[in-house]
Design a protein around this ligand. Structure first.
Ligand code: ZN
Length: 80
């Protein structure tokens, strides 16, 4: 008798927002967004070219939102 114990291993698909982003300046995937807890400030830093940017963080903003503003700022030449 075949005991069929098929365990279904559901791997929950976690659609997680990436925590490491690409750098708009050097292209390396070494950009980390860190949010100061309690404080409404976010810092974006690239571990490769050491580009750093600090900005006000709105309470509704996720890290990816801060990152997209960072990309805009870099593209507009606001970050040096
Ligand atoms: Zn970089």
């Amino acid at each position: 008798m075949g005991r069929r114990r098929r365990k279904r291993l559901y791997k929950p698909v976690k659609r997680r927002i990436p925590r490491i982003f690409s750098c708009p300046r050097c292209g390396a995937r070494t950009v980390v967004v860190s949010v100061t807890r309690g404080k409404t400030e976010a810092t974006v830093t690239c571990g490769d070219c050491e580009l750093a940017w600090t900005t006000d963080r709105k309470s509704y903003e996720e890290k990816v939102d801060v990152y997209s503003r960072f990309v805009d700022a870099v593209l507009q030449g606001e970050v040096s």
